[in-house]
Design a protein around this ligand. Structure first.
Ligand code: CMC
Length: 390
């Protein structure tokens, strides 16, 4: 007889071998290609980290220049693809708009769909890195009714994204350099996280031979859920509800601990980190810096919730600590993004990781189509009962 192991949620099952990202959940360690996240956060940039994740090594200055120039060549969207945004309702959530537009890229760029052709994979990589920020900015424009601006390829990726998001045609928008730096840092922190739900989805779709655009589009959908990337907007909604007085911090925490209505402390807990999330530590410092300029009652509530949680047996016993999403929403809000855009920002940051992992998967000589087994619990064989006799 066949032996099948049941492991719901893949708590103990590795789906692949990978040399991209290392996590030690007990020690709170995260490294991209061997480099500690703290060093990358301090010294590197999102463009450099994207190169590192995808190519395996830090770029030389010439390599980084070439990489950036190649991205800049592809930032513009086909005019027909721009019209695609018109079809969505005005109040469409930007996450499905993002994934739909990425899916559509496979109809516009049919010359870069073959996962077995290295040159085509390279081309789809640059197209995706270049176009996702433009698509994200247009998803935002759609919801606000603003005109869609063309990318300005003399700007860096983050600056360009902010310009397209918040600018007007007659009024060039110059983002605050501090804000550009903070968003670039947040993208670095989100850039990869080994086999999380969305990345596993990207690899799984890729394992069937589907192209990069299709695989990343699926990953964006996986990211949208509140247990994953959607947590960053859920945290803000939670803080706002407490601020409005729907609950105070203590009664909200009591509800969480009683597991009433399935309420969770959003932005807390992690499948792998059981000590602390090293990204959260860096984000908290950034939040303090970015939010220092003004009083922020939501930051005070967040700190109060964290303080209660870190001293409470419920959280201590279950090893629940703030994760990367706990403070990011507050920073995004201070930057002027509406709550619905937060998970889109997560997707922009995670893109190089998805690409690197997909490329590793499709070139892995041991790669097989991902096809989990199951343990069947339904009825034994039974006989069909004719319609009239039921
Ligand atoms: N608030 C209250 N209780 C929690 C929480 C929480 N945020 N997270 C876990 N628990 C409890 C859970 O009820 C369970 O208790 P018990 O042992 O009594 O049944 C125990 O802790 C273990 O939880 P689990 O659901 O088995 O753990 P998991 O590894 O399957 O889930 C998680 C990890 C991140 C989905 C979960 O902690 C969670 O739902 N957190 C809130 C959502 C969130 O912040 N997600 C972002 C994750 S980090 C970035 C990302 O991936 O996007």
């Amino acid at each position: 007889t066949e032996y099948v192991t049941l492991d719901p949620g893949f708590v103990n099952t590795a789906s692949c071998q990978s040399n991209i990202t290392y996590i030690d959940g007990d020690a709170g360690v995260l490294r991209y290609r061997g480099y500690p996240i703290e060093q990358l956060a301090e010294h590197s940039t999102f463009a450099e980290v994207s190169y590192l994740l995808i190519n395996g090594e830090l770029p030389t200055p010439a390599q980084l220049e070439d990489f950036t120039a190649r991205i800049n060549r592809h930032t513009i969207l086909h005019e027909d693809l721009k019209r695609f945004f018109d079809g969505f309702p005005r109040d469409a959530h930007p996450m499905p708009v993002l994934s739909s537009a990425v899916s559509t890229l496979s109809t516009f760029y049919q010359d870069s769909l073959n996962p077995k052709d290295a040159a085509q994979v390279e081309l789809s990589t640059f197209r995706l890195l270049a176009k996702l920020p433009t698509i994200a900015a247009y998803a935002y424009s759609k919801s606000t009714g603003r005109p869609m601006l063309y990318p300005d390829n003399s700007k860096g990726l983050v600056e360009n994204f902010l310009r397209m998001t918040f600018g007007w045609p007659a009024e060039p928008y110059e983002p605050d350099p501090e804000m550009v730096k903070a968003l670039d840092l947040l993208f670095v922190l989100h850039a990869d996280h080994e086999q999380n739900c969305s990345t596993s989805t990207v690899r799984m779709v890729g394992s069937s031979g589907a192209n990069l655009f299709a695989s990343v589009s699926a990953g964006i959908h996986a990211l949208s859920g509140p247990a994953h990337g959607g947590a960053n907007s859920a945290v803000l909604e939670m803080l706002e509800a407490i601020h409005r007085g729907d609950d105070d911090a203590d009664s909200f925490m009591a509800k969480v601990k009683d597991k009433r209505d399935g309420v969770r402390l959003m932005g807390f807990g992690h499948r792998v980190y059981k000590n602390y999330d090293p990204r959260a530590a860096i984000v908290k410092k950034t939040a303090d810096r970015v939010l220092a300029r003004a009083d922020n009652p939501l930051l005070d509530i967040a700190k109060r919730l964290e303080e209660i949680a870190l001293q409470d047996d419920y959280f201590v016993q279950r090893k629940l600590y703030p994760n990367v999403d706990f403070y990011t929403g507050l920073i995004y809000q201070a930057m002027g993004f509406p709550t619905r855009m937060f998970t889109v920002l997560f997707a922009l940051g995670r893109l190089p990781g998805w690409i690197a992992q997909w490329r590793e998967g499709v070139t892995d000589p041991n790669m097989k189509i991902n096809r989990p087994r199951q343990v069947y619990t339904g009825s034994a064989e039974r006989q069909y009962v004719p319609f009239a006799e039921r």
